[in-house]
Design a protein around this ligand. Sequence first.
Ligand code: GTP
Ligand code: MG
Length: 195
Amino acid sequence: MIIKNAVLDIVCGVTSTLPDTGMPEVAFAGKSNVGKSSLINGLMNRKALARTSAQPGKTQTINFYKINDEMFLVDLPGYGYAKITPAEKEKWGKMIERYLHTSKDLKAVFLLIDIRHKPSANDCQMYEWILHNGYEPIIIATKLDKIKRSQVQKCLKVIREELKLTKGTKIIPYSAETKQGRDEIWELIDSLTGQ
Ligand code: GTP
Ligand code: MG
């Protein structure tokens, strides 16, 4: 995909009606702070269109970034953020669930996992949820630059085993620092959205 144009087009809060965009959408899910917004910036070749933060809990809405007036990258709020009340957590969970459940144009859901860490119970639940909604999850192992090259295969194996990935499930290592993995992710998005 050659990025000619990228804009934050739609922002949905917990009470918003979800949009019917009529264009292919791909969504990015994962724990708070895992690097969803950073990945979206990397994919769009933008430094800070999607707001990122070293503090978890930055993205609290579902943000739809329109690319070239033809498709959307969808930034989901992160889960597992400790500083919100159980009631808020529940609302966010419902919002994400509602989106996965009702979007007519959602073509793929990417699940981001920090390459350094064993997936959490929430990660496993999210993986199941994506499968349950009829999508084939694609795993992105983020923050690749934070580990030694010699550790990569071992870390990917831990993720694969902990999430109990089916054999054909793709797992793509990515670094927002070096942009390694970017082209592979775009190739997948292009094929999934029929570009
Ligand atoms: P929420 O919006 O809170 O759900 O977080 P998020 O998943 O959108 O994470 P975000 O992109 O805001 O990144 C969180 C922190 O991790 C920021 O300080 C980023 O700079 C950093 N970060 C993200 N990706 C990478 C990466 O590939 N490598 C390194 N070294 N840091 C990263
Ligand atoms: Mg974010």
